[in-house]
Design a protein. Sequence first.
Length: 117
Amino acid sequence: QVQLVESGGGLVQAGGSLRLSCAASGIIFRINAMGWYRQAPGKQRELVANIISGGTTNYADSVKGRFTISRDNAKNTMDLQMDSLKPEDTAVYYCNVEVAYRNYNYWGQGTQVTVSS
């Protein structure tokens, strides 16, 4: 059974930092990519950052230079270091894993990040 367990969300003031972590277990297929998505109230879920096989990273324009994604392939864990947080970063953040089998996507339960002004 696949599980994605997220941790590290919370409440922080604007300009502060948070670190999100995701631990994946039970995945038997090759991983195409691991990443973080977020969804703010009334908005669509959007990609924040991901790491694809080979190590290439992608970031949403809104977080470039402030967020850093990292991954431990051996442990199937992934972190998102979020610095210089802004109120507009407030959202539920979801861990995502895409596997090679039919490009299937697994999702974590989500963790709330709230940035106060």
